[in-house]
Ligand binder design. Structure first.
Ligand SMILES: [Zn+2]
Length: 328
C-alpha cells in the first residue's frame, strides 16, 4: 500500500500576512523586520494564491489549508475589513473553493490567530488566542470554535477539522478536545474529526493518534513530523536555484536522503507542515519554490510508492489503525 504524504499549510488569509501582525505587535513597530534591511511583508497578494495553486495542482499535493475566519481581529471573512478590497476578498475565497479545496482540507486556525475575540461584543481582548486558551474550558471554547466553523461555512469553505494557532489549547487539551467534538458535531454534523496541535520532528514513530472514540465516532490528533524548513527562506534574500535545492535537501535529497526519507524508511506517513508566510517569503516565493522542488523529488524518488493524502483521509487511516504495529 502506498505510504501517505500530506502538507499542512498554516496561516493563510485573504489580503494579509498574519505574521506581519505577530511581528508588529511583538516589536511594537509598524515596520517589523526579519533582520535589519529585510522587512516583513504586510500584504500577500491574490496572485500568490495563484502561484500556490499552480504548484499543488502540478504535483497533486494534498493536505490541509488554513483559512483564518476573522484574520488579525480585523473583521469576519464573509464581510471583509478596511484594507482588504472586495476585488481581492471574494476572488481569493472563490479560488480556494474551486482549486484548493478539491485537494486540501480547509480548517480555521481559530478566529483571529492574533488577539482573542470577545464573542458578545466582538471586541478584541488584551490576550492573544494562545494566552486566552490557557484558562478556558469546553463551555467557553465550544462557541469560540463554532463561530470559526460557521464563518467558513458561510463563505462556502466548510472545515473538516481544526488547526490550533500557535499551541492554542495545549494547557487544557482535554477540554479543547471536547470543544472540537462538540462544535464539529453541532456546526458540521460531523462525528469523525481531527485537529492539529502537536509536532515531533525528530522521532520516526507515527505520533498521530486517536484521542477519543465512541462507537463509530472518533477524534484524531494529527501530529506534524517534518519541520518547516521553508521558514528560513524569510530570513534571507537568497532565491537562486542552489539555495532552493539546499533547503529542499533537508526534506529529500536528489539521491533519496533527508527527513522524508527517514520517515519513509520507517513506514511512517510523512506529515509536513509549512506556513503561508514561509511559502511567500515576503514576495520572493522562495518557500513555494522549495515545495515545488520537494514534490518533484518525491515523485521522482518514490513514484507510486507514496500517495499525497488530505489530512482528513490520513486521520481516517489513523482511526482505522492502518499503521499500527502488529502485536508480537
Ligand atoms: Zn499558525
Amino acid at each position: 500500500m502506498a505510504l501517505p504524504i500530506t502538507l499542512i499549510v498554516d496561516d493563510p488569509a485573504p489580503c494579509l500576512n498574519i505574521y506581519w501582525w505577530h511581528q508588529a505587535r511583538r516589536s511594537g513597530t509598524s515596520a517589523p523586520e526579519h533582520r535589519p534591511g529585510l522587512p516583513v511583508a504586510r500584504h500577500i497578494p491574490l496572485s500568490f494564491l495563484d502561484r500556490f495553486i499552480d504548484v499543488v495542482g502540478r504535483w497533486g499535493v494534498r493536505g490541509k489549508f488554513t483559512v483564518l475566519p476573522y484574520p488579525a481581529g480585523l473583521g469576519p471573512i464573509d464581510v471583509g475589513w478596511p484594507g482588504c478590497p472586495a476585488v481581492e476578498l471574494q476572488p481569493w475565497i472563490d479560488r480556494v473553493r474551486c482549486y484548493v479545496m478539491p485537494l486540501m482540507d480547509i480548517t480555521p486556525e481559530i478566529l483571529t490567530h492574533a488577539q482573542a475575540l470577545d464573542l458578545d461584543t466582538l471586541a478584541l481582548l488584551p490576550e492573544n488566542e494562545r494566552e486566552w486558551s490557557a484558562h478556558q474550558d469546553a463551555a467557553t471554547l465550544t462557541p469560540y470554535i463554532s463561530l470559526a466553523l460557521q464563518l467558513l461555512a458561510r463563505v462556502g469553505l466548510p472545515a473538516t477539522g481544526v488547526t490550533s494557532p500557535w499551541d492554542f489549547g495545549i494547557q487544557v487539551e482535554g477540554e479543547y478536545q471536547t470543544a472540537i467534538r462538540q462544535s464539529m458535531q453541532s456546526v458540521q454534523a460531523q462525528h469523525q474529526n481531527w485537529y492539529f496541535l502537536h509536532s515531533d520532528t525528530r522521532g520516526t514513530q507515527l505520533r498521530s493518534q486517536v484521542v477519543w472514540r465512541q462507537g463509530d465516532a472518533w477524534l484524531v490528533s494529527l501530529w506534524a513530523q517534518v519541520d518547516d524548513f521553508c521558514w528560513a527562506t524569510m530570513g534571507t534574500p537568497a532565491t537562486e536555484a542552489g539555495y532552493v535545492a539546499a533547503v529542499a535537501d533537508q526534506y529529500l535529497t536528489a539521491d533519496g536522503r533527508g527527513r522524508l526519507a527517514d520517515l519513509f524508511a520507517a513506514g511512517t506517513p510523512m506529515v509536513m507542515v509549512t506556513h503561508w508566510q514561509s511559502l511567500f517569503a515576503d514576495g520572493r516565493h522562495t518557500g513555494l519554490a522549495v515545495i515545488d522542488e520537494v514534490a518533484r523529488r518525491v515523485a521522482a524518488t518514490w513514484g507510486e510508492q507514496v500517495r499525497w493524502t488530505s489530512c482528513s483521509q490520513l486521520a481516517a487511516g489513523v482511526a482505522a489503525g492502518e499503521w499500527d504495529c502488529p502485536a508480537h
